[in-house]
Ligand binder design. Structure first.
Ligand code: GAR
Length: 198
């Protein structure tokens, strides 16, 4: 069994999907859900699913280095084979990323390399994109730029708002991330390409 740690900052809906999927016939099991916000709603959701949780509050640390040293200590103790960032909203330094490189995945709400960073749905609409979606990629020191392991796409509808797009993309994220994690744990390297039903 591969050991999977999941990092969150908020509601954790992607984390819930990953944990639920690991409850079925699966090569991985969730060993830890970790948040940088002790009040993140996802921590209670993880505990309700029987998963160990921990919080490393970034606000309790004087800087990134000491925050990441604590994050690293907790993660090292959990001995994960794979770390899934799932709505984890802290930028990680290159030193931290290098320590876990090749073992850390992230889900991002755009079709990378388009729209790295924040406000992806509003930016996709402003740019007049016909298609939008989400990406699971390996985490490398450059933000949202690591090798792509899977994408899911949908057609932008006339009248879409950032909120309506975000809701449809989140549904796609919930399909994409569990599917990609299964493939990664099975050693499959070709990226997955999912499409929303029209
Ligand atoms: C998801 O849409 C995820 O793609 C996004 O945060 C949301 C978390 O939702 N992540 C990023 O924007 C990372 N830069 P969740 O907590 O319900 O999974």
């Amino acid at each position: 069994m591969k050991r999977v740690a999941i990092l969150i900052s908020g509601g954790g809906s992607n984390m819930v999907r990953l944990v639920e999927d690991m409850g079925r016939d699966h090569p991985g099991r969730p060993v830890l859900v970790l948040s940088n916000r002790p009040e993140a709603a996802g921590l209670a959701r993880a505990r309700a699913l029987g998963v160990a949780t921990f919080a490393v509050d970034h606000r309790a640390h004087p800087g990134r280095e000491s925050f990441e040293a604590e994050l690293d200590r907790v993660l090292t103790a959990a001995r994960p084979d794979v770390i899934c960032l799932a709505g984890f909203m802290r930028i990680l330094t290159s030193g931290f990323v290098r320590r876990w490189e090749g073992r850390m995945l992230n889900i991002h709400p755009s079709l990378l390399p388009k729209f790295p960073g924040l406000d992806t749905h509003a930016r996709a609409l402003e740019a007049g994109e016909a298609e939008h979606g989400c990406t699971v990629h390996e985490v490398t020191p450059e933000l949202d730029a690591g090798p792509i392991r899977g994408q899911a796409r949908l057609k932008v509808r006339p009248g879409d708002t950032p909120d309506s797009l975000a809701a449809r993309v989140l549904e796609l994220e919930h399909r994409l991330y569990p599917a990609v994690l299964r493939r990664v744990l099975a050693g499959e390297t070709a990226p997955l390409d999912l499409r929303a039903p029209a």
